[in-house]
Design a protein around this ligand. Structure first.
Ligand SMILES: Nc1ncnc2c1ncn2[C@@H]1O[C@H](COP(=O)(O)OP(=O)(O)OP(=O)(O)O)[C@@H](O)[C@H]1O
Ligand SMILES: [Mg+2]
Length: 400
């Protein structure tokens, strides 16, 4: 979803600050109008999701014209600015339909707060974005590769999609390595806030990545894992789904509260496996857990990674063992996987024509297609600790 903003001269301070804030909310185009009149005229001629304009000294005629445009475009949000918070002026602006008022020049965080409130208002009419969890009980099978490259494919092939990539491998996740990110912030900055995390904070912590994806990588401190409970994960997932049309989660192999929360909420779970006995045995266990959790089969998408025609184990045998069909097969291409990992870019940017890049894109399209179950959070009454205990006896940290 690409949003358009219109900024009238003298309504906001430096263009970079404003553009920086707006970019975080998916505004791809910010247009400038010379003054208030020009802004009202531009509103008449085209649709903007957000308009920022100065109201000091606004004439009754201009107010009437502004009110008319705001009434006509119910999904345009308007922020008024003025150098002082004059009560009379604010009341007149609000009566004309202006949604927010800010003292000029607005500080970046105040502007972000207003935009966030306004976008939430327009979003409450829209549905939550899709959530895709990538999981394997065993390490090294390709979970992070799939999360990163499927997210990239969503961003590249669906022009309407804003895509988030969340690293839920709470300690030392690899998303930052795969995308060569040097994030100013990571998940650990959110942890301290617990369930208090708001969208404004979340937005400021996301890192734009090559390929048009917004990532939330993890930090490096082992103690984060303990603090990262299901309430915090649930809050983050909800915020991401409110802001992004697609959210892809790289889950921990460990079946932690964080992992379970993401699996519950996901519309689709990519269960990563390979055609080897240890990988398939692990996937068999994961499937059993998912079924015990009551997930619909349509939500469970077994993806065979590193598939090659000479594999000793045929796909048919794997399907018999898992008692489910294989959703997708990704070809083996170690050279390309290693090269893109070394450079810190998605496979499709390293070699767009490759079989592997095409296969990631096709997998993304299939995941977005019909049949996805609607994920939901586990019932609060059951409590995550309780659910884990039911699944595994008393040991909460049992490995899958
Ligand atoms: N389709 C593929 N073809 C060849 N190699 C691949 C493919 N996908 C992933 N790999 C390689 O497999 C290795 C493991 O991949 P990745 O890190 O994505 O797995 P993981 O399950 O996230 O592992 P970890 O347990 O470390 O989190 C990497 O070296 C990666 O380059
Ligand atoms: Mg990984």
């Amino acid at each position: 979803m690409q949003r358009r903003a219109l900024i009238a001269g003298n309504s906001a301070d430096s263009r970079e600050t404003v553009n920086g804030v707006l970019a975080r909310f998916g505004f791809s185009q910010t247009e400038q109008a010379a003054d208030r009149d020009a802004a009202i005229a531009a509103m008449h001629d085209g649709h903007f999701d957000l308009v920022i304009l100065p109201v000091e000294g606004i004439t009754p005629n201009q107010l009437v014209a502004l009110e008319r445009e705001i009434r006509k475009q119910s999904n345009t949000s308007v922020i008024a600015t003025a150098p002082a918070a004059d009560a009379d002026l604010i009341v007149r602006a609000m009566r004309a339909g202006v949604h927010e008022f800010l003292i000029f020049p607005p500080k970046a965080e105040e502007l972000a707060g207003s935009v966030e409130r306004l976008m939430r208002r327009s979003r409450s009419k829209t549905k939550l974005g899709e959530l895709i969890a990538v999981y394997s009980g065993k390490g090294g099978l390709g979970s992070t590769s799939i999360a990163v490259n499927v997210a990239q494919a969503f961003g590249a092939h669906r022009s309407d999609a804003r895509v988030a990539l969340l690293d839920l491998v709470v300690t030392g996740g690899d998303v930052r390595v795969f995308l060569n990110l040097k994030p100013a912030y990571d998940l650990s900055h959110l942890i301290a806030k617990g369930s208090q995390i708001d969208a404004e904070l979340l937005n400021s912590l996301l890192t734009p990545c090559p390929g048009g994806v917004w990532a939330l990588p993890t930090g490096d401190s082992p103690e984060d894992a303990e603090l990262f409970d299901s309430a915090a994960v649930e809050a983050i997932l909800n915020l991401l789904r409110t802001h992004f049309s697609v959210t892809v989660v790289d889950c921990d192999h460990h079946l932690s509260e964080a992992t379970l929360t993401a699996l519950d909420a996901a519309g689709r779970i990519v269960l990563v496996t390979q055609l080897s006995v240890p990988a398939l045995r692990s996937t068999q266990r994961s499937l059993a857990v998912c079924r015990r959790l009551g997930y619909d089969d349509s939500k469970l998408c077994v993806v065979v990674n590193r598939y090659q025609s000479g594999d000793v184990l045929p796909v048919k045998d794997a399907e018999d063992l898992l008692q489910t069909s294989v959703f997708w097969k990704l070809p083996n291409d170690y050279r390309l996987s290693a090269a893109s990992l070394t450079k810190g870019i998605p496979v499709a940017l390293e070699d767009p024509g490759s079989k592997l890049a095409r296969s990631y894109a096709e997998l993304a399209m299939k995941l977005a297609g019909p049949g996805a179950a609607t994920g939901s959070f586990a019932s609060a009454k059951d409590g995550q600790g309780g659910r884990l205990r039911k699944l595994f006896g008393t040991d909460k940290r049992t490995k899958e």
